[in-house]
Design a protein around this ligand. Structure first.
Ligand code: NAP
Length: 534
């Protein structure tokens, strides 16, 4: 039997992080293979082809910043890029960097086992292939393990069913069709406002309403793109300085430090500005002070009431179990106005739960709904879910899934003890703001570590004694006092469609991005203090 092919590093995933990681590995002179489940690059932007999918961060703050050539040659056409353009951008990057020759497509990784004797990872893919590598870098993404609702009869439906994150490559025509959408997170909101334009009848099945705010997207013409291009250095340095790498950062004032008139005017301005200003650029205490949060929630509730004609429907669309911004805010374009259309109906599942999916559609406790298409905008087994779907085993065959059963434990979000030479990109305990900004830093830090190892003949990298416990305790303590951690959402690891995931955990780093980078830099400057290098 011939041994499987061996590389210096295997990267799982060819999304934004895996693509950049491959480029950096090559620059280090290391041999690398990327395993990608899809047929093309792009990760999130490859899979999420649902109608209306687009950025919630400004396009020009979201792309790669590391390559002047890419910055010079790529033109964004909209301030919040639609998915087809974003995928075109990532294809352009893959061409530019000639990435595809080291990416094995249609290769879903199913297992990764560490061999202590060989000091290498053995990675298996769904099609039965096996590969070996000294280092394993996971670039699997925090929102890439989609979940269907735990509703009986899902297989019985005779019409077309689509999960938004497994959308068909050919367009789905909604014209005149009876469409059911389950889920009203950021994905559901984007889908609903688009489908409502052409569907004959759209029924939205909402379990929990979310606080949404206007996106206010605009096209970018040539002149504006030229100004943006000239401004790139300032844009990216601003993203480096802000709390969550967005161009928006919290206002230093407290909600109650200004007069009610000033507060109202400030919120009015934020509500009428594009993007995440109202969430990320709001008063500094909005997500920690209950009274402050209640006040902004009331402001946004007033907006919803003003935009939805039927007061009973408006009330159903106003969240009652969580405050504004405690879940990632879906940004919308005339979402609330959709419910003023005659062809749209909102079904509140807290009043009439779905009992089952049938051959013809859905049945709630109140009545049956016939449908031609059911759209599942039901989200993801977030952050740890994509790790759980791979059988990852470290020293003594210990399983990562079991290790994280009570919530993830990491050092800097990058390493886990007993899992040597496993390096994670944008995994648990990472900041999830403007994600590509965090990704670039993450990839560069990991690449520096691999370069450090390569030049010193280091063949084994593992989080040192106590480092994981200390960092995990630090991440958990940062989460204390945040109203968002008192709420069920993917950000607190809750997904009631997945067994064992109905308990809130701290799965993300909620400190500032500059503080995170400072800590990573200090670790590196001290010769990777906290990391055992052999
Ligand atoms: P999500 O926020 O987790 O929303 C899932 C939705 O499905 C929720 O409304 C949930 O209701 C509902 N749901 C799940 N299981 C259900 C069931 N059994 N019965 C009825 N309803 C059920 O997922 P998402 O909308 O895909 O968004 C996830 C994240 O992706 C976002 O927060 C955002 O960070 C990112 N995203 C970004 C953009 C963008 O603009 N760039 C677009 C889309 C997504 P409950 O709330 O009651 O659980």
């Amino acid at each position: 039997m011939t041994e499987p092919a061996r590389y210096d590093a295997i990267v799982i995933g060819a999304g934004i992080s895996g693509m950049y990681q491959l480029h950096k590995l090559r620059a280090l002179g290391l041999s690398a293979l990327v395993l990608e489940a899809g047929t093309g690059v792009g990760g999130t932007w490859y899979w999420n082809r649902y109608p209306g999918a687009r950025f919630d961060s400004e396009s020009w703050s979201y792309g790669y910043s590391f390559s002047q050539e890419i910055l010079d040659e790529w033109d964004w056409t909209e301030h919040f890029s639609p998915q087809p353009d974003t995928l075109r951008y990532l294809d352009f990057v893959a061409d530019k960097l000639d990435l595809r020759r080291d990416i094995r497509f249609r290769s879903r990784a199913t297992a990764a086992h560490w061999s202590e004797t060989a000091r290498e990872w053995r990675v298996a893919t769904e099609d039965g292939a096996t590969f070996r590598a000294r280092f394993l870098v996971t670039a699997v993404g925090p929102l890439s393990a989609p979940t269907l609702p735990d509703i009986p009869g899902i297989g019985d439906f005779r019409g077309q069913s689509c999960h938004t994150a497994r959308w068909p490559h050919e367009p789905v025509d909604f014209t005149g069709k009876r469409v059911a959408v389950i889920g009203t997170g950021a994905t559901g909101v984007q889908t609903i406002q688009e489908v409502a334009k052409t569907a004959g009848r759209l029924t939205v099945f909402q379990r929990t309403p979310n606080w949404c705010a206007p996106l206010l997207n605009r096209k970018i013409d040539r002149d504006e793109m030229a100004r943006i291009r000239a401004d790139y250095p300032a844009i990216f340095s601003r993203c480096q300085e802000t709390f969550a790498c967005f161009i928006h950062t919290p206002d230093p004032r407290g909600t109650f430090e200004v007069s009610s008139k000033e507060r109202e005017a400030f919120w009015e301005r934020l509500y009428n500005e594009p993007g995440f200003g109202i969430w990320q650029g709001n008063f500094r205490d909005m997500l920690t002070d209950r009274a402050a949060n209640a006040l902004i929630s009331e402001f946004v509730a007033r907006k919803i009431r003003a935009r939805v004609k039927d007061p009973a429907v408006a009330e159903k669309l106003i969240p009652k179990n969580h405050g504004f911004g405690t879940r990632r805010v879906p940004l919308e374009t005339r979402y609330y106005e959709v419910y003023n259309q005659d062809n749209v109906e909102l079904v509140d599942l807290t009043e009439t739960p779905i009992e089952r999916i049938t051959a013809e559609g859905l049945r709630t406790s109140a009545r049956a709904f016939e449908a031609d298409i059911i759209v599942y905008a039901t989200g993801f087994d977030a952050v740890t879910g994509s790790f759980d779907r791979i059988d990852i085993r470290g020293t003594e065959q210990r399983s990562l899934r079991d290790r994280w059963a009570g919530g993830p434990e990491t050092f800097l979000g990058v390493l886990v003890d007993a899992f040597p030479n496993l390096l994670m990109l944008i995994g648990p305990h990472m900041a999830l703001g403007n994600i590509p900004r965090s990704i670039e830093y993450n990839v560069e830090w990991v690449s520096d570590l691999l370069g450090y190892a390569a030049t010193r003949g280091i063949t084994r990298i593992e989080a040192g004694d106590g480092a994981v416990a200390e960092w995990t305790a630090h991440v958990r303590s940062l989460g204390q006092g945040l109203l968002s951690n008192e709420i069920d959402s993917w950000m607190t690891g809750v997904n009631r469609n997945v067994a064992g995931k109905n308990v809130r955990i701290i799965n993300r780093y909620s400190g500032s991005a500059p503080a995170y980078r400072a800590r990573c830099e200090a670790v590196a400057a001290a010769g990777y203090e906290g990391v055992r290098l052999e």
